[in-house]
Design a protein around this ligand. Structure first.
Ligand SMILES: Cc1cc2nc3c(=O)[nH]c(=O)nc-3n(C[C@H](O)[C@H](O)[C@H](O)COP(=O)(O)O)c2cc1C
Length: 166
């Protein structure tokens, strides 16, 4: 099976997971910016990844506009990296707000813990996170917004590898 990974990552956590998956399964790997000229017809399994920003997945537009090709693939995986533990993301149903039912029925979705280093954020993002830290009443979210977080763990990709290898 020929595997393709396309990811969108602002601060590198999604990229790191994407590279771990590529190393484990053997895959061609491209950032979304590089993916314009990639011929999807050459691949049987497609893995897509991106960070969650303000409740949105930034790879949505690409998925929707390439859906005609994606829907005939053997397996399509979508993983997200974020600041919420996986159970919370499932409860939030964030993904249902981002993608239509027809697409979700075909995609296998894996929410993963990401990373945020406050000092690395650009001016705009720092401002948003500062405001969030001030406004939120959730103590966990407040702490993550003030101190940042690192939920990165190579083991998090195991369910994705199991699914792709099955
Ligand atoms: C401005 C901003 C907004 C964010 N919004 C969310 C969010 O809505 N939900 C969430 O769980 N994490 C949120 N995060 C955390 C990112 O999803 C997390 O840091 C992710 O690992 C970033 O991926 P990347 O390093 O590949 O860009 C936000 C981070 C920033 C800087």
């Amino acid at each position: 099976m020929k595997n393709l990974i396309i990811y969108r990552s602002v601060y590198g956590s999604t990229k790191e997971y994407a590279q771990w998956i590529a190393d484990a399964i053997g895959a061609d790997i491209f950032s979304l910016e590089e993916a314009e000229n990639v011929d999807l017809n050459n691949y049987e399994n497609i893995v897509l990844g991106c960070g969650v920003y303000a409740g949105k997945i930034k790879i949505k537009k690409w998925i929707v506009s390439n859906w005609d090709k994606l829907k005939s693939k053997n397996k399509v995986v979508l993983f997200t990296t974020s600041g919420s533990p996986a159970e919370e993301i499932k409860k939030e149903k964030m993904i249902e707000r981002n993608l239509p039912k027809e697409i979700l029925a075909k995609i296998r979705y894996f929410p993963l813990g990401g990373r945020m280093v406050i000092e690395d954020l650009n001016f705009f993002h720092k401002l948003i996170i500062k405001l969030l830290a001030k406004m939120t009443k959730d103590p966990g979210l407040k702490k993550r917004s003030v101190k940042g977080f690192n939920f990165m763990d190579k083991k998090n990709i195991d369910p994705i590898l199991d699914y792709l290898k099955a």
